[in-house]
Design a protein around this ligand. Structure first.
Ligand SMILES: [Fe+2]
Length: 469
């Protein structure tokens, strides 16, 4: 294949085409000729990769040079277009440049002018392409960094949307995972239906044995779209497909397709991490729930207590605006706060009468036992310490250490409020329950001595929102 640049010369007059051809062939350009705009577009359609530059007259019958320029720049934005004008007015020149022409040449030609303008336009177009490519690579690199640092599907979606729709100007994207459901898409339902119907896992494996990117067209609402299908791989093989589509008029270069494919690889990895995290934490939660049920089962009166403390703790966490990671920890903390009771004699736990001081000393140990049971479990983070301090009071009269306000972690302060509220609002063997308003009055009464002011305020606000009070 020749390395010569190919120039498409568009002019309705033979002698002009011939004279340009003569000039350019001397300069080692390969010349292709078109008699009018339509012929030029047809040639471009067929020989897009070959043609580097279009030199077009402005005044032609059927389709003028400006219209041709507009169509070329819309369909082939990276092609260099130089307009030939017989009217050397500044106005015409400015107009052609505004329409996206890379330069203009006035008739009659000057040999050196044609050659140097052509060279200059080609160089600047190459530079432009390189800058665009560099921008793409940089934005993909930045995006990849973000994708690898999050397990939130919402964050992944926003980042992917920002790039594919915002930066690249594509119309939509759709992720299809073969064995999981994902609410992660920004696509017309007709594209989704088509992809779902046409691309079964079996078909896709065959397709991606042959090509890296599979391209197809789709039409709806009288508009054509080019769709690009990319494979998503996990360590076990193909686990899904990623479809990106855009207006069929938009030309997507091979390099851009390659960049998209690399990006899809990164998205695939981020989604795998996110789903693995959800699976693992669901597994953790099941384990933690079983443990908490084991504690609650020791006393029929406290059945459901751990679940309730979890519920009230997360209500407080949400109201106080903590992040989702802390919320997850507080879910575990709520369920596990009394886990240490496993180590206390059942007769003390279920005793309907007042506890003797020895028995009370015994039951106080459950905070410490809880911390010891939970400490080796790494996924619990600081939860063992929230559990250890959940009976501490702000005025230092709590147990096991008599910590004061600023020494007690926020997780423990939240547990204390949630725990006391549930204890007050459920029946016990030794007393009947209080109603929600009475329980809140008691929380208020103990603000500053037993309970944290902000935690109680947040809890009251959450209870109001949910209609408890
Ligand atoms: Fe407790």
């Amino acid at each position: 294949m020749s390395n010569r640049m190919s120039v498409l010369i568009v002019d309705d007059e033979d002698y002009i085409r011939d004279s340009i051809k003569l000039l350019l062939e001397d300069d080692n350009y390969n010349c292709i000729e078109a008699n009018n705009g339509y012929e030029a577009l047809e040639l471009l359609e067929k020989r897009e990769d070959e043609i580097n530059v279009i030199l077009s007259d402005i005044k032609m019958p059927e389709m003028d040079g400006i219209t041709l320029l507009k169509i070329i720049k819309e369909k082939y934005p990276n092609k260099v277009v130089i307009i030939i004008t017989g009217y050397p007015s500044l106005e015409t020149a400015v107009e052609t440049l505004k329409m996206g022409a890379d330069d203009y040449i006035t008739k009659p030609f000057n040999v050196n002018e044609v050659s140097s303008k052509l060279q200059k336009a080609i160089e600047s177009s190459k530079l432009k392409k390189e800058v665009i490519l560099l921008n793409d690579v940089v934005s993909i690199y930045e995006s990849t960094k973000l994708l690898s640092s999050t397990i939130s599907q919402e964050e992944i979606f926003l980042e992917v949307h920002k790039n594919i729709i915002g930066e690249w100007g594509m119309s939509g994207f759709y992720v299809k995972l073969f064995d999981r459901k994902l609410s992660f898409q920004y696509a017309d339902s007709r594209v989704i239906d088509y992809v779902n119907e046409e691309f079964s896992p079996k078909n896709v494996i065959i397709i991606f044995k042959k090509v890296d990117v599979f391209q197809f067209n789709i039409q709806y609402d009288n508009k054509g779209y080019s769709c690009f299908l990319f494979p998503m791989y996990s360590k076990n093989g193909l686990w899904g497909i990623f479809c990106i589509y855009c207006d069929a008029k938009k030309k997507i270069s091979d390099i851009r397709k390659h960049i998209m494919n690399t990006y899809v690889g990164e998205i695939s990895l981020a989604l795998q991490n996110s789903l693995a995290y959800i699976e693992i934490s669901d597994g953790y939660l099941q384990t933690v729930t079983s443990l908490s049920n084991a504690v609650d089962a020791k006393d029929s009166y406290t059945r459901g207590h751990s679940e309730n403390v979890k519920k009230y703790s997360t209500m407080i966490v949400e109201e106080m605006g903590f992040n989702s990671i802390f919320e997850k920890y507080m879910t575990y903390a709520g369920l596990l706060h009394d886990i240490g009771k496993i180590g206390i004699d059942t007769y003390i736990i279920v005793k309907p009468d007042k506890l003797s001081s020895i028995e009370f000393e015994e039951i106080k140990k459950h905070s410490l036992y809880g911390k010891e049971i939970l400490e080796p479990i790494t996924f619990l983070g600081d939860v063992p310490y929230y559990v250890l301090f959940h009976h501490e009071k702000l005025d230092g009269s709590g147990y096991p250490y008599g910590l004061t306000a600023h020494e007690i972690p926020i997780g423990s302060k939240i547990l204390a409020v949630a725990d006391s509220y549930d204890a007050m609002t459920t029946d016990r063997s030794y007393r009947p329950r209080r109603n929600a308003i009475q329980a809140v009055e008691e929380l208020d009464r103990c603000v500053g001595t037993q309970f944290d002011r902000d935690v109680v305020a947040a809890f009251k606000s959450a209870l109001k929102k949910k209609g408890y009070i």
